[in-house]
Design a protein around this ligand. Sequence first.
Ligand code: FAD
Ligand code: MLT
Ligand code: ZN
Length: 506
Amino acid sequence: MEAGTVGGIVGGTVRRNTGRHGDSRLITDLMGLLGVAHVLVDPDLTAGYETDWTGAFTGRATAVARPGSTDEVAAVLRICAAHGVPVVPQGGNTGLVGGSVPAGAAIGAVVLSLRRLTAIEPVDAAAGLVTAGAGATLADVQAHARAAGLDSGVDLAARDSATLGGIAATNAGGERVLRHGMTRGQVAGLEAVLADGRVVRRLTGLPKDNVGYDLPALFVGSEGTLGVITRVQLRLVGLPSARTTALIALADITSAVELLARLRTAAGSLDAVELMFDDGIDLVRAHQGLPSPFPDRPADRSRPSGAHNTPYLLVECAGRTDPSDELAAVVETATGVLDVAVATTPTEQARLWAYREGHTAAVNALGVPVKLDVAVPLSRITAFIDGLRELVPAVARPARLHLWGHLAEANLHVNVTGLDRDDSRGREKLTDVILTRVAADGGGIGAEHGVGRAKMAWAGLSRSPAELAVIAAVKHALDPACLLNPGVLVPPYGIALTPGPPVPPA
Ligand code: FAD
Ligand code: MLT
Ligand code: ZN
């Protein structure tokens, strides 16, 4: 990485603000740099930056700074360092673990919004790369790449708002991981600004470039704790010209896992295998006013014995030639298939995807969920799900469990509604019980959304003390004053990290 601007690092301790707007010298300095229009202090204007997508995390910012270039990002960071005020980087604010807002240890921080960094450079088709500003939305990058005959290997339902910077910072997963891997594998290079204003940049686009540590990869998944990402160089993948999508009702999860195995071995065009249940589909239908995906079918044909937990797989195959026959050949010979709806046009496919992608909003409409994002080995997934259906009502009442996810990565989104937003003890207890079960089953407590503020206290269930010490050492080396996103991923300095929920105040 090149060393860029070397700013005046300011040592000393970080001053924690009270959360009240009105740090006039800091605000004056920021306004002097960015102009009044790009430093928001009016609560009506800052509100949208202060609460996360789920509504679970909220806190007042001293100001929202909206720089328009890498140099301005560096200057904002130098000013905040000089004032000892922490910074919360924010992209589309679609993150689901509370890392994008000034809550908890970051109350009173400056929210550094990257949304003005939207430039997208021309696609380099020969290298299969595109470089874009951190504030470019995934949807805009996808449209840009597709116009050049290529595509992004990363895709997720929040594409219209989620930014490349946020996607890199969270190492986002999404719906195409089984074919293209997580975001980390798609980031060829990036540019980031350190807490002291220095710029590090690796955007050569050379796939073979071995000189020690892979610094761009270090920032991927760092959740705004090591630097502010300002540009991202994304690998591009081939643009399929034909897609076939099938929504398949199955007798049970075992049948779903068997179908996944058959698809992997027999369908080279396999692009997505998403899991949901009929209670989730019903919820999305009620939320969006959608018809049944199987209009010709009696209402409960896919619910043997009246059960309300029939699993569904949304399977998509994509390629340069029509993958319909390849997909049909697997599905026709699979066991436990109760119903299939097939879509081959973009309009029909969007209708099927709406049942899957509508889950997040439909669940949130019921109230602020306890939102967990776990992975458990596929060999244990049936027992894990059965266990959850018993465990959740036993631990929390009233509680409603919602399950869906990305089956190919054994990634389950475990959401529980019914608990009061302010019932922090109840929420922590439920989180603790579920994540402890996940760890006991050999799973991971954070699959694709990151750790953020929501899971920080449980990181020790998925990482050893030695690993946590290395993570803390890297954080300390790059951000010794703990200015960047305090309370996310790494405990604010001076607070020991132990597995289990934070000890509630007496
Ligand atoms: P933000 O929410 O703004 O920030 C997320 C984190 O990244 C924060 O810690 C923030 O400080 C940090 N950050 C943001 N920008 C920068 C930057 N430029 N430099 C340094 N740090 C930065 N996630 C998945 O993985 N898979 C999914 O399938 C998926 N589906 C979703 C569907 C819906 C409907 C919603 C609402 C969310 C979904 N998410 C999913 C979560 C979310 O979209 C991703 O985490 C996304 O990567 C966040 O991007 P963002 O720009 O909104 O980041
Ligand atoms: C999803 O796959 O639907 C997302 O990761 C969002 C969520 O978990 O709510
Ligand atoms: Zn997901």
